[in-house]
Design a protein around this ligand. Structure first.
Ligand SMILES: C[S@@+](CC[C@H](N)C(=O)[O-])C[C@H]1O[C@@H](n2cnc3c(N)ncnc32)[C@H](O)[C@@H]1O
Length: 233
């Protein structure tokens, strides 16, 4: 139905005032360009980072192994004033406020007790069991308090998840092998471990005193996102 005269006038005035409002706000905030670091992350990722940040303190030194472009460290820096270091196979693109470097995929090039927390975010399931265990054992001496994993893990993987995991493995092995000469994919099964299997794997790392497993399904559209925290003695 056509709008009556007064209603239409109010509608048009409202649209015009909103347009001016928006332009004025943009003009007033033009010097803040780049001051919205939140905008580059999804809400899910920010919620996960917020949960992760709850086990960190300001001033902590945090290592992210397999950091990609360092975006988990960048997300954590939105919540905590951390000293952030990331390593990956290929030299990652520099990010302000984060020290990113390439390493050989096996030996973490840092002195003992260099970090309060070492994280592996969606990395270990791309490796074979021995390689993943060796990297966790490498992380132990360089870390003072906790080893943290974000992983694709569930209490049990059903048929569709086994299909999803197989495709994820095929795709990423192809990409990482092309991007880096140092990448060696798993010989046998990749590490798509259940919650209980990850718990056991972390408990086997010398010096781990307790392991917590937390599903992040409430923060994501997909149920496989899992946070594992290993406390060190
Ligand atoms: C799925 S991406 C995850 C990147 C980032 N951690 C994130 O959560 O967005 C897996 C990363 O693991 C890295 N990677 C593969 N093998 C590795 C190894 N042996 N040591 C460290 N990183 C490795 C890859 O280069 C890639 O950046």
């Amino acid at each position: 139905m056509a709008q009556s005269g007064p209603k239409l006038r109010v509608r048009l005035a409202s649209v015009a005032l909103r347009a001016v409002q928006s332009l004025a706000a943009k003009a007033a905030n033009r010097s803040r360009r780049g001051a919205r670091p939140w905008a580059e992350h999804t809400v899910s990722d920010l919620l996960v980072a917020h949960r992760l940040a709850s086990i960190l303190g300001d001033g902590d030194r945090v290592l992210d192994v397999g950091c990609g472009s360092g975006h988990w460290l960048a997300r954590l820096q939105l919540f905590r004033d951390i000293d952030a270091v990331g390593v990956d196979l290929a030299p990652p693109v520099a990010r302000p406020g984060i020290a990113l470097e390439a390493y050989d995929g096996f030996r973490l090039p840092f002195p003992d007790h260099s970090f309060d927390v070492t994280m592996f975010c969606y990395v270990l399931h791309h490796l074979g069991r021995e390689h993943a265990q060796a990297l966790l054992a490498e992380a132990r001496p360089v870390t003072r308090r906790r080893i943290v994993l974000l992983e694709d893990s569930m209490a049990e993987f059903d048929f569709w998840y086994r299909v999803r995991n197989r495709c994820h493995r095929l795709e990423t092995e192809m990409v990482y092998a092309t991007e880096s000469d140092s990448y060696t994919g798993p010989d046998g099964d990749a590490m798509f471990l259940t919650h209980a299997e990850w718990r056991r794997t972390l408990e086997e790392v010398p010096g781990v005193s307790a392991v917590s497993v937390q599903t992040l399904a409430d923060l994501h559209n997909y149920a496989h996102h899992t946070l594992l925290v290993a406390a060190l003695t």
